[in-house]
Write a protein that binds this ligand. Structure first.
Ligand code: FAD
Length: 419
């Protein structure tokens, strides 16, 4: 990280009274205060300020879609050719300073209340940290033998260094959080077990199943789910192969780049809308193109064909039309424009959902997309059970998941105070 460059950028901050950048941050970080302290070289104070709202500065500073969050709201973007203050880099710099200098995270002495957190991703880790800092006993139950969730097995190394991530997680655990690894809800224990043993439960076990397009050929050998590929790491041999990735978000881009780096001959990302409407960050699309990934925007997959294994996809071009009541332009297939694209593998990266066999057996109310229904504070339909993150359908970014974990932590404290 170039210190002189970010320092220069910090000095360009206008210190706007209304702090639009803070409003753009899902965690509501005090960015104006952060930049002021950074400029004054009061780094530890800057870290403590960040800790009021987040425990993931080194992570969020690097991988938040900043152009759609804090940096996208920076006034400078309007007067500086679209270029904002380097908020993410400043946040990451302070987070990294804390790791390097081993600055501790303050916490209150333990009380006698015990909370179980299921899932060690950004939502669970944040919920656990805010509870523990406020004196509560917390145990995290995690199905893998590591914590971090999608930070670990979703976002690839070339975007988030795993050695750094481990340090971030270790710092959180230093607070004194108990961790039970290789423990899966629905298999090794039930929600009822936790309800019986703990004063409150937070569910943050993510949405890790890849959605399907419901088109012919999705069951052929050679069709994969993007989430499953990244989580299990069970990739086929891509050497010299042609791979089609369906989707236009983070998962599609990360999967496509991972596959291209594994020596695939050709990787196509097929997305129904235009590049401008793609949910992935502009710079991620640019970097993927630099990597050699080819994008087919305004194209839609109609079917996957082959004799037992994938041989080709049928693709059709789309036009974008404004539909009554819709914020986004809708893609409509252009009749007579379909064509076949030969390929060896197809990866679905069009969205994700919680694993049905788990959520359907929790006895909790779900929304119509099969996610756990929560109110604005993270309360589920069951007393003393809270939820957050991707599992509950919060906007699928790390900062939104962390925010829901933090909100739930405060709601749990409020609930327990009344007991
Ligand atoms: C490929 C990819 C790239 C992404 N890139 C970005 C990005 O650049 N920026 C960004 O802001 N967001 C990004 N996201 C989205 C972001 O990672 C998620 O929104 C966020 O991680 C959700 O956090 P979570 O804690 O709700 O769930 P997760 O991160 O999925 O964590 C859930 C945890 O629960 C555990 N678990 C699952 N099932 C069980 C079970 N039965 N019992 C116990 N534990 C269980 C999991 O192992 C995991 O540790 C990306 C997502 C993907 C898939």
């Amino acid at each position: 990280m170039n210190y002189d460059y970010i320092k220069e950028s910090a000095y360009e901050c206008l210190q706007c009274i209304k702090s639009p950048c803070q409003k753009g941050c899902p965690l509501n970080n005090d960015i104006r205060g952060l930049i002021k302290l950074f400029r004054e070289e009061k780094y530890k104070e800057a870290y403590n300020l960040l800790l009021e709202t987040t425990i993931l500065p080194s992570v969020c500073g690097r991988i938040c879609p900043k152009s759609r969050q804090c940096e996208g709201k920076c006034v400078k973007t309007r007067i500086n050719n679209g270029k904002s203050i380097e908020i993410g880099k400043i946040e990451a710099f302070i987070g990294d300073m804390a790791l390097k200098n081993n600055w501790s995270i303050n916490s209150l002495p333990l009380n006698n209340k015990r909370i179980a957190v299921v899932g060690g991703g950004p939502a669970g880790l944040t919920c656990a940290a805010f509870l523990r800092r406020n004196g509560y006993n917390v145990t995290i139950y995690e199905r893998h033998d590591y914590l971090g969730g999608l930070l670990y097995h979703g976002i690839p190394d070339f975007r988030l260094d795993k050695t750094l991530l481990r340090k971030v997680i270790d710092k959180i655990l230093e607070l004194g959080i108990d961790v039970r690894l290789n423990q899966s809800i629905g298999k090794d224990f039930t929600l009822e077990d936790l309800e019986n043993e703990y004063d409150a439960v937070f569910l943050g076990f993510g949405a890790n199943g890849s959605s399907k397009m419901n088109i012919p050929g999705e069951d052929l050998k050679g069709v994969y789910g993007g989430n499953e590929l990244l989580e299990t790491g069970n990739h086929p041999d891509y050497e010299g192969k042609v791979v089609v990735v369906s989707g236009g978000g983070n998962v599609a881009i990360d999967v496509a780049c991972t596959i291209k780096k594994a020596n695939a001959k050709k990787v196509y990302v097929i997305y129904r809308r235009s590049e401008k409407e793609a949910p992935a960050e502009e710079n991620e699309i640019r970097e993927a193109k630099d990597e050699g990934v080819e994008f087919l925007f305004q194209n839609n997959i109609l079917g996957i064909y082959g004799d037992k294994t994938v041989e080709k996809v049928e693709v059709i071009k789309t036009e974008l039309v404004k539909k009554e009541g819709d914020d986004r332009l809708s893609p409509v297939n252009i009749e007579g424009s379909s064509y076949y694209l030969p390929c060896d593998y197809v990866v679905m990266a069009i969205g994700s959902h919680p694993e049905e066999f788990i959520v359907n057996n929790l006895g909790l109310e779900l929304d119509k997309r099969g996610r756990i229904l929560i109110d604005k504070d993270g309360y589920t339909s069951k007393e003393k059970v809270f939820a957050g993150g991707d599992l509950a359908g919060t906007i699928g970014t790390v900062a939104f998941a962390a925010r829901s974990g933090r909100d739930a932590a405060y709601a749990i404290m409020k609930y327990l105070e009344k007991m």
